[in-house]
Design a protein around this ligand. Structure first.
Ligand SMILES: [Zn+2]
Ligand SMILES: [Zn+2]
Length: 445
């Protein structure tokens, strides 16, 4: 029998409560997986509202924005990229879970019992702790997770800087739950565990008193994102900080934190942000002599090298001075405004593509995804001031116009359809001239 209190639609109150994991078991228990709402998709307006609120609060408290535009665009780009595979397939975190549940389950815990709900809450969070810890301690898993740490700012947009690769290893850590927890209950908590981690990415909340003992808070997670030596490999928690306290990885916030990777990647190009460490592993793998050493390059810590302990040497982590200058785009203000407008248009198409997935043909879906990836890459090139940026942007504007003409992209406002075409034709002409100049003279600086 269905649960009459569980609903597909999310009210405003539920939207905020789901971001803080304060939804009640009876409103979020579903009998079948098909009934479970896509809470992550429904969270978008609440993300936007809280990011704007953070901007206002930061201006009031500190007199400055919580971060930089180029960094925030790159973070949101990573969030968009990480969601694209779900347009085509059910995530491996769910497919593997369903397979184990259908073939190997030992018990069938009741889907509508609050005990099952609380047990799954703890089980998913425990699985997350170990996944997250291994994602920092095993180099090949770090290749995915490093994306999330590559921002040198720390604000709500950083939470959206998600990895495309991460889910291909995280499913392993949740699979024991499939021996007894129904997939419909697991699917709810998998989403809530992720959503909870949004609000803790902020500097505007200082200390939450006694809550700091039990919960993962902005203060604890700031430590996790630090590249100061005292922050490395600390505070892996998702929701409950007690796991770090139990397993000895807890560290309280004390000296000023410098955020980001120990060796910053210095780029806003989204494909590099996602995959650069895989290339680094590849080159290290071939440069390292001996079979066991090669094996260790993949499965030991990212700081490991021959003769070193499994997680590398802490003295090799560069010391921070507090005077580090984060990598910034050297593009003009006008170009930044241009990238924001193009980014906003792309987000509107992205939202529409997700809303319409079932109605779109596979060809339209594939072309839309290619267009989104090209847009993100081109914006990254423009922000990085790459020599090929103008050529890339000309091609992207051309692709936009073609997709628009052949009906693969719907006009945002139908009555403005011809205005859109004129604007994009001007963009093609502008970037086309720039790319011709680049091809015939020295690279654009
Ligand atoms: Zn991490
Ligand atoms: Zn984080």
């Amino acid at each position: 029998m269905k649960n009459p209190e569980a609903q597909q639609d999310v009210s405003v109150s539920q939207g905020f409560r789901m971001l803080f994991y304060t939804m009640k078991p009876n409103e979020t228990s579903f009998q079948t997986l098909e009934e479970v709402p896509d809470y992550v998709k429904k969270a978008t307006p609440f993300f936007i509202f809280l990011m704007l609120l953070e901007l206002v609060v930061s201006w009031i408290l500190k007199g400055k924005p919580p971060g930089r535009l180029d960094d925030a665009l790159t973070s949101i780009s990573a969030g968009v990229l990480s969601r694209l595979p779900s347009l085509f397939f059910r995530s491996i975190e769910l497919t593997s879970y369903i397979y184990i549940w259908e073939n190997y389950r030992l018990f069938n815990f009741p889907w509508d019992s609050p005990w099952t709900w609380y047990l799954t809450f703890s089980g998913v969070d425990f699985g997350y702790y170990w996944f997250h810890r291994m994602a920092h301690e095993v180099n090949i898993m770090w290749a995915g997770h490093q994306t999330h740490h590559s921002s040198e700012d720390y604000n709500l947009s950083t939470a959206l800087r998600q990895s495309v690769l991460q889910i291909y290893t995280s499913w392993i850590f949740y699979s024991p739950l499939a021996l007894f927890i129904p997939p419909s209950v697991y699917a709810v908590h998998l989403q809530f565990n992720l959503l909870y981690q949004f609000w803790i990415h902020t500097e505007v909340i200082n200390n939450l008193g006694p809550l700091e003992l039990i919960l993962n808070t902005p203060s604890h997670h700031r430590v996790h994102h630090g590249r100061n030596r005292y922050c490395i490999d600390k505070n892996y928690a998702g929701v409950l900080i007690i796991w770090d306290r139990i397993f000895g990885t807890f560290e309280a916030e004390n000296e000023k934190i410098v955020y980001g990777l120990t060796y910053p990647i210095n780029t806003f190009e989204p494909i590099k942000v996602q995959f650069h460490h895989l290339f680094s592993i590849w080159t290290t793998f071939w440069a390292t002599p001996g079979f066991f050493n090669k094996f260790s390059v993949i499965f030991k810590g990212p700081g490991w090298g021959p003769g070193k302990p499994r997680l590398g040497l802490s003295e090799e982590i560069p010391e921070v001075t507090g005077k580090e200058v984060p990598f910034s785009s050297s593009s003009s203000q006008l170009l930044k405004i241009y990238t924001v407008v193009q980014f906003a248009l792309m987000l509107a198409f992205y939202e529409e593509t997700f809303a319409d997935t079932a109605a779109l043909s596979q060809v339209t879906l594939l072309l839309s995804v290619c267009f989104i990836i090209l847009t993100l890459t081109s914006i990254g090139f423009l922000l990085d001031q790459r020599p090929k940026a103008a050529i890339m942007e000309t091609l992207r504007c051309l692709m936009f116009l073609m997709l628009y003409r052949f009906g693969h992209l719907k006009p945002l406002v139908p009555s403005l359809s011809s205005a859109f075409e004129i604007v994009f034709s001007i963009c093609i002409a502008f970037w086309g001239v720039r790319s011709m100049k680049q091809l015939t003279s020295r690279p654009w600086k």
